[in-house]
Design a protein around this ligand. Sequence first.
Ligand code: AMP
Length: 215
Amino acid sequence: MILILLGPPGAGKGTQAKLLARDLQVPHISTGDMFRDHKARGTELGRQVDAIMASGGLVPDDVTNSMVKDRLSRPDVAGGFILDGYPRTTAQADFLDQLLVSLGRRTDRAVSYEIAHELLVDRMSGRRSCPSCGTVYHVTANPPRKGGVCDREGAVLVQRDDDKAETVGRRLQEYEAKTAPLKRYYQERGVLTEVAGTGSPDEVLATTKRALGRS
Ligand code: AMP
């Protein structure tokens, strides 16, 4: 199954993508994670995108598209995959469409997580993640068992630079201007499913699976 997860930053796409990937046994492809990995490894691409990400802006389409094209050339995507945070612009969606056509494949579903905007700022500012295994927590809604450390790894949880208050507003603006129109894009192609993004991660997972006919 080729699945695209849409929704504003803070809607829970990353958390759902991880849960769904485990459930459906397909790779989770997050362009945000890929860029963060490049930054952490200090690659040329990482240096190129560092300032853009820190400002809450979007990395140029050609850079993002070519990274995704490379990723989709790997054999592990043969049985399907979940895209989280990509596409984020109409140009990226067109690129993906054409790439999939050239591979003889197509998007099965685009799930859009719906959530009131008032909740997003709280979700992003309270988000903490494990630098070792990537598990995502929230300081009040989904805290770790022991204050500030990962349940699995015991590592001290960190806040993403771009989840800090000064960057969150810009990310939401970018979403509204450039990414929100993609709902219509996939609706017109008959593959859009809207899912309420409120509730615990397990509740949202159950709703998503029902919507995909996989429960
Ligand atoms: P995310 O983890 O999906 O919230 O992405 C973090 C940041 O990475 C975004 O704010 C952008 O700066 C960059 N980024 C991730 N995915 C994309 C994309 N598809 N297009 C452009 N920039 C992206």
